[in-house]
Design a protein around this ligand. Structure first.
Ligand code: ATP
Ligand code: 3PG
Length: 394
């Protein structure tokens, strides 16, 4: 049983709230989409309205990636979104951060710096060990309670996600509660169940494909995005140098697993039958049998959308994670738009993923039964597995 905000005596308490506001970042470092920030407004405003001193913990990007950056812009945006006043502090733990928490007024919100600026936060730990990390021990003395609202990161065993509940009373926030309600019992959703796996986190998606095919949760797996290109490569298709480089870079070791999955479950895994490449700044659709192409495959083609649409028409449950192409560019958002529109034909449709939610907003798509803030986390739950951060709260 996980305790919720209903069980928390918030008034006057310093409450550390782990949120997931990991968002797309523009080339100039600005927030490109605030969907994930909006999701946490209920939890943060509720705690502030109940007179808590609200301390926000979050990550942005991964070390080395272009979107690995400070949370200053996130704090500014939260200040616009929340009723409560929001300030930002440029460290995460230690005396300086504890002083900022002590000085925080009741009903105010303080955003601490990106947790992943500290090496412990990109490692995985058991909860008891995570509770001993510098990040956790450096904050615990200043906090009275811990709320985990970061559903989208709940599949990670990083200190800010699993360490605090071992040291402080822990509670699920409103986003966490809603997501667990909607996604906690995937085995009872209508069949046939179709998983549509796209985007660029290929290793995560291949793990999910393996798990749902092994367990029988998935009747079919439809592949798109870099995931689709990876399965095409694994099936022996020569995509051409540009796309092959992306596949090898994103898939790494997972490529072998993709080959094994095709050997075992080839009839239940669908591969794109055409792709859209970028040639002279234009979208050109190329049938898979006409590959390789020197130009990068940036989207699925219309024949693939049609074929996958037929499967989705008959689906009891459609679970979609990851955009079908580079939706950030208009010409290559077509596959994502048409495929997600087609998925609404399923009896019950669940959509997940940080970039996926951003894509839905950008393309004006709605009408799904549940839009999860989580990508990998939603998929972990949708494979029937438990989430380490939720286990730590229980
Ligand atoms: N064919 C492709 N080539 C290159 N990039 C692609 C292609 N298809 C999709 N992408 C990119 O994939 C990225 C999104 O992938 P990602 O796996 O992060 O999805 P997500 O919805 O954010 O899931 P999660 O929340 O698990 O991260 C987008 O930036 C998109 O441009
Ligand atoms: O965007 C996500 O899926 C979450 O914020 C987790 O990010 P990660 O995959 O970098 O751990």
């Amino acid at each position: 049983m996980v305790r919720t905000l209903d069980d928390l005596d918030a008034a006057g308490a310093a409450v550390g709230v782990r949120v997931d506001i990991n968002s797309p970042i523009d080339d100039d470092g600005a927030l490109a989409d605030d969907t994930r920030l909006q999701a946490h407004v209920d939890t943060l405003d509720e705690l502030a309205a109940r007179d808590a001193r609200v301390v926000v913990l979050a990550h942005q990007g991964r070390p080395g990636s272009d979107d690995f950056t400070t949370l200053a812009a996130h704090a500014d945006r939260l200040d616009d979104l929340l009723d409560a006043p929001v300030s930002y502090h440029d460290t995460t733990f230690g005396q300086d951060a504890r002083d900022a928490i002590t000085d925080l007024a009741h009903g105010h919100v303080l955003v601490l710096e990106n947790t992943r600026f500290y090496s412990e936060e990109v490692m995985s730990f058991d909860p008891e060990v995570a509770a001993e990390t510098h990040l956790v021990t450096g904050l615990v003395p200043a906090l009275d309670a811990y709320v985990n609202d970061a559903f989208a990161a709940a599949h990670r065993s990083q200190p800010s996600l699993v360490g605090f509940p071992a040291a402080l009373p822990g509670y699920a926030g409103r986003v966490m509660e809603r997501e667990l309600d909607a996604l906690g019992d995937i085995g009872s959703t209508p069949t046939p169940r179709v998983y549509v796996l796209g985007g660029a986190k290929v290793d995560d998606s291949i793990d999910v494909a393996a798990s749902v095919l092994d367990s029988g949760l998935a009747d079919r797996v439809l592949t798109t995005g870099v995931v689709g290109n990876t399965f095409l490569h694994a099936s022996g298709v020569d995509l051409g140098p540009a796309s092959t480089e992306v596949v090898k870079d994103r898939a790494g070791e997972a490529l072998t697993r993709a080959e094994e999955l095709l050997d075992t479950y080839g009839d239940r895994i669908a591969l794109p039958v055409d792709v859209a490449v970028e040639r002279d700044d234009e979208r050109i659709e190329v049938a898979v049998e006409d590959l390789p192409s020197d130009d990068p495959a940036m989207d699925i083609g219309s024949e693939t959308v049609a074929a996958y649409g037929d499967v989705l028409d008959d689906a009891g449950t459609a679970i979609l994670n990851g955009p079908a192409g580079v939706f950030e560019m208009d010409a290559f958002s077509v596959g994502t738009r048409d495929l997600f529109e087609a998925a609404r034909a399923a009896e019950y449709t669940v959509v997940g993923g940080g970039d996926t939610a951003a894509a839905l907003r950008r393309l004006g798509l709605s009408g799904f039964d549940h839009v999860s803030t989580g990508g990998g986390a939603a998929l972990t739950l949708l494979t029937g597995e438990s989430l380490p951060a939720v286990e730590a709260l229980s």
